[in-house]
Ligand binder design. Structure first.
Ligand code: 16G
Length: 240
């Protein structure tokens, strides 16, 4: 597996070997990796080399380290395509996960000037502020804060937002969600995001802001979310 005469660095050869085991399913999410020392003995390479391969795999999201416990195979990241305008519920179902929400906050508030301008409503106009932890098979994936004009989307309840918001808007209110603009930036989890998402403070997250519109251009939602960067990656198709 490791060829010492190869011009390819040893740590890189080991890294590729471990990746292959993960991709073939011979090492599965949650499995513990043999200790650095064992790899070093098995392949007659230095522990430094093994550590370098592990560090690289941790950085790439294939492995994670648990203090005092060892190195483990990380959960596969969810690959989210960016071209379709889909809801969290649809995304999760399409992947065979059970979608879920944990409602943190649900209130009608007067729109601040920022929210009012995002929703094209008057300042202090009534907006729902809805904060949900979005779950896949019960595991927190994202923390989402939604702002929705209460004059446009009538009759929202806690029960409804525990299910799918988009289903309610489209199937119950018969409004057509049409297009959205989304900005994604990287950041690190605040203490409160970390608590909700069950990750460490300072762990990488992706902040996503989405403005969604009806067919006639009326803003239907303004959403700020923090997605776990250890569980998500985004994919976009491009054409020259
Ligand atoms: C997604 C959308 C969010 C939308 C929600 C509706 C992103 C970044 N956000 O999470 O804007 O409100 O889906 O989901 O993709 P629901 O219909 O399951 O409530």
């Amino acid at each position: 597996m490791i060829d010492k005469n190869s011009p390819i660095p040893l740590y890189y050869q080991l890294e590729e070997h471990i990746k292959e085991l993960i991709e073939k399913g011979e090492l599965r999410p949650g499995d513990a990796l043999p200790a650095e020392r064992e790899y070093a003995e098995k392949y007659q390479i230095s522990r430094m080399t093994v550590r370098q391969a592990f560090t690289q795999l941790v950085n790439e999201g294939y492995l994670h380290r648990l203090q005092g416990k060892g190195t483990f195979v990380a959960e596969r990241k969810i690959e989210q395509a960016l071209q379709g305008l889909t809801s969290f519920t649809e995304d999760m179902k399409a992947r065979g996960f059970e979608p879920g929400s944990q409602l943190i906050h649900f209130e009608i508030i007067p729109a601040t000037s920022q929210i009012a301008s995002q929703l094209s409503i008057q300042e202090y106009g009534p907006v729902y502020e809805i904060k949900r932890i979005r779950l896949a098979d019960g595991v927190p994936m994202a923390l989402e804060t939604n702002y929705i004009s209460a004059n446009l989307i009538k009759g929202l309840t806690e029960e409804i937002v525990n299910q799918s918001l988009y289903t309610y808007i489209e199937d119950r209110l018969n409004l057509r969600i049409d297009h959205a603009a989304q900005v994604i930036e990287s950041s690190i989890a605040t203490q409160s995001e970390a608590n909700y998402l069950n990750i460490n403070k300072g762990a990488p997250v992706m902040l996503i802001q989405r403005n969604t519109f009806l067919h006639d251009g009326t803003p239907v939602e303004f959403v700020k979310s923090a997605y776990r960067a250890d569980r998500y990656k985004f994919m976009i198709q491009m054409k020259r």
